[in-house]
Design a protein. Structure first.
Length: 117
């Protein structure tokens, strides 16, 4: 089982990034997918979630209107489009998958996003 994030990096305030998470080793379409983030000295927080079909998405209030989560079940990928980035968005971003039947959870290794001028 693998979840591999990519797309992180350094961006200026107001800029955009797209994070991707490639899944393998499990039935991706059975898993609710989420993005979490963790800044230094803080707890990991939920950023966005998308249901198995992609029909429903939810967001943390801090990113609502700026971030968009999407998934492609044919390609086993989930993306996080981040716009109007702020310094407080700086964190390691993690992809998470949760089986809707067993509640088994898988995590990726994380990708660093730094928003700074």
């Amino acid at each position: 089982v693998q979840l591999v994030e990519s797309g992180g990096g350094l961006v200026q305030p107001g800029g955009s990034l797209r994070l991707s998470c490639a899944a393998s080793g499990f039935t991706f379409s059975n898993y609710v997918m989420s993005w979490y983030r963790q800044a230094p000295g803080t707890e990991r927080e939920l950023v966005a979630t998308i249901t198995t079909s992609g029909g429903l998405t939810t967001y943390a209030d801090s990113v609502k209107g700026r971030f968009t989560i999407s998934r492609d079940n044919a390609r086993n990928t989930v993306n996080l489009h981040m716009n109007i980035l702020k310094p407080e968005d700086t964190a390691v971003y993690y992809c998470q998958g949760m089986d809707t039947i067993t509640a088994r959870v898988y995590w990726g290794q994380g990708t660093q996003v730094t928003v700074s001028s």
